[in-house]
Design a protein around this ligand. Structure first.
Ligand SMILES: [Mg+2]
Ligand SMILES: [Zn+2]
Length: 194
């Protein structure tokens, strides 16, 4: 049997791109600085790259599944131009009190639930205990903990950082952007293997 792989689970908005709230079109999708470089470095170090994103904009009727799929296809092609391949992208379109009945559900995939991470582990044969979660919200960190990942990295700007609620699930590392998070991760594993 092939060895289980490890993955970096990436929240999308606020980690890969500026979180402008319910981003649904390529023209509103602005990559955060250093993201391409960080993803390439992680990919080169043999981390699977898996995006796990709550997309309640679908349940709220702000955009449809087709618009979401279109943006995701565009994201893949942008990354491909930079030599980056995402192993998978998972999204949760649900909301317990959604205005659209089709998406109104108490699901197991909306973070802080770990459903998307568990599904990725099954689909890609991942060792969850060797995976890492990167997110900008407490719900991202909580999803990582619930899935039993090795470490959780919180992206927070200086203001967010100060206002982090004491009740928030603590991250293993808090930093300003994915580039810093990737550097921490790669240095951390070098130390472990030294
Ligand atoms: Mg986010
Ligand atoms: Zn869901």
């Amino acid at each position: 049997m092939a060895a289980l792989r490890r993955a970096v689970f990436l929240d999308r908005d606020g980690v890969l791109n500026h979180d402008r709230g319910y981003v649904s079109r390529p023209e509103d999708f602005e990559w955060l600085p250093g993201v391409m470089h960080a993803l390439r470095a992680l990919q080169r170090a043999d981390w699977a790259l898996v995006v796990a994103t709550n997309q309640s904009g679908i349940a709220r009727g702000l955009y449809g599944p087709a618009e979401y799929a279109n943006l995701t296809a565009w994201m893949h092609s942008e990354l491909a131009r930079h030599g980056i391949t995402l192993d998978a992208v998972y999204h949760c379109p649900h909301l317990p009190d959604a205005p659209l009945a089709a998406w109104r559900r108490q699901c197991d995939c909306r973070k802080p639930a770990p459903g998307m991470l568990r599904r990725a582990a099954r689909d890609l044969e991942l060792d969850l205990s060797a995976c890492v979660m990167v997110g900008d919200k407490p719900s991202d960190i909580a999803a990582g903990r619930a899935a039993g990942v090795a470490a959780c990295i919180r992206i927070a700007d200086a203001i967010d950082h100060v206002s982090c609620d004491i009740a928030d699930p603590p991250a293993d590392f808090t930093c300003a952007n994915l580039a810093e998070g990737a550097r921490w991760l790669l240095e951390h594993e070098q130390r472990r293997h030294a």
